[in-house]
Design a binder for this molecule. Structure first.
Ligand code: HEM
Length: 326
């Protein structure tokens, strides 16, 4: 039977047999367990949707400042809902990454919740995150289908699907880059998240090595948002908050790399680890420290890539470049 190293927070790692089939965590059970979490995510999405709607109605919306034709929330409600799913997706991605970093570092012993509870929560929030990412892209596709009312159904459906789900299909402005980045996040999140449920087949060590790459999903999601989110388009408080939220993630990543729970992942001496592995581990720690310093510099200096909001202009009625802020 496959052996698995599991972390013992205070002492040396213990060697543990992979779970027998009867006690193995099943996807179906986790999907059921994720229901309360998913219900909370729907509630948060509804609140964000109401907030975005009210900002459009009051004339304060940054989205409308970027795309003045979107000044009617009742017409563009699917776009607003897509944005709302984007925000809940990002929030849940933040939460599940924080939980994952807590679990793989040496902090869990100091927390009120048990390790098992945190693990369960990490799994259910990651399932919810995938669903929210998908709903975000789906509502964007639905809005594109709605908008192209002049075309036949087959063309509308295919166009909406391809623009939202086929990397490289959307060919206008910032979306040319931002949409493939978002799709990269979605398409990586699914296998990297779901491989957990077949780890008895691929081996726990392989699974762990692959699952570590999930941080890339998070980085792509944040990059996509900073690049494309019209509500964080301008150098105003929402963009600052988005940058600030990355600080705890970077600090936890740094802590996880400096003090990993698994003894086998500690830096050690180059002679024992092997020169290449030692150099890679060292470089990872230096990069994480540089990211923390960089984030502090962005927030303190205010150089966050945000633009200046233009003076309000009369709304245009016929958008030439729909759904693209540039
Ligand atoms: C799967 C492919 C994806 C597509 C087609 C897509 C599409 C879009 C579009 C068109 C926008 C611009 C909305 C605006 O005007 O602000 C946007 C923004 C955004 N996206 Fe995505 N996205 C994708 C993936 C993701 C992922 C994986 C996340 C994070 C979990 C995400 C989170 C966001 C957020 C938070 C915004 C900002 C919305 C706002 O400004 O209010 N997106 N996305």
């Amino acid at each position: 039977m496959q052996q698995e190293m599991t972390p013992d927070n205070d002492g040396p790692p213990v060697r543990e047999a992979a779970a027998p089939a009867a006690t193995r965590v099943r996807l179906r059970a986790d999907l059921r367990a994720a229901l309360p979490d998913a219900a909370a995510a729907v509630g948060v999405t509804a609140a964000v949707f109401a907030f975005l709607w009210s900002r459009v109605a009051s004339g304060d919306s940054a989205t409308v400042a970027v795309m003045p034709f979107m000044d009617d929330p009742a017409t563009y409600w699917m776009y607003l809902l897509s944005q709302a799913f984007g925000w809940s997706g990002l929030l849940w991605a933040w939460g599940t990454v924080m939980l994952g970093l807590l679990l793989s570092g040496r902090l869990t012993g100091r927390l009120a919740a048990s390790r098992a509870a945190l693990e369960r929560w990490h799994r259910t929030t990651s399932l919810t995150t995938m669903a929210l990412m998908f709903a975000h892209a789906l509502m964007f596709a639905a809005e594109l289908v709605r908008y192209e009312a002049g075309l036949g159904w087959a063309e509308r459906l295919w166009g909406g699907f391809a623009d939202a789900f086929v990397p490289g299909w959307y060919d206008s402005g910032t979306g040319e880059l931002a949409i493939p980045i978002g799709l990269g996040a979605l398409y990586l999140a699914v296998p990297l998240g779901l491989l957990f449920y077949v780890r008895h087949r691929i081996g726990p060590a392989t699974w762990r090595r692959l699952h570590r790459c999930v941080i890339v999903v998070y980085v792509l999601s944040v990059w996509h948002t900073l690049l494309y989110g019209t509500n964080v388009w301008y150098g105003e408080w929402p963009r600052t908050v988005l940058w600030l939220l990355q600080l705890p993630v970077a600090v936890l990543l740094l802590a996880r790399l400096w003090r990993p729970a698994r003894r086998s992942e500690r830096l050690g001496a180059p002679r024992r680890t092997g020169a290449l592995a030692w150099a890679l581990r060292g470089a990872g720690r230096v990069v994480a420290a540089a990211v923390v310093v960089g984030l502090v510099a962005v927030v303190v200096s205010g150089h966050d890539g945000g633009r200046e909001r233009p003076k309000p202009q009369p709304p245009s009625s016929a958008p030439d470049d729909h759904h693209d802020p540039e």
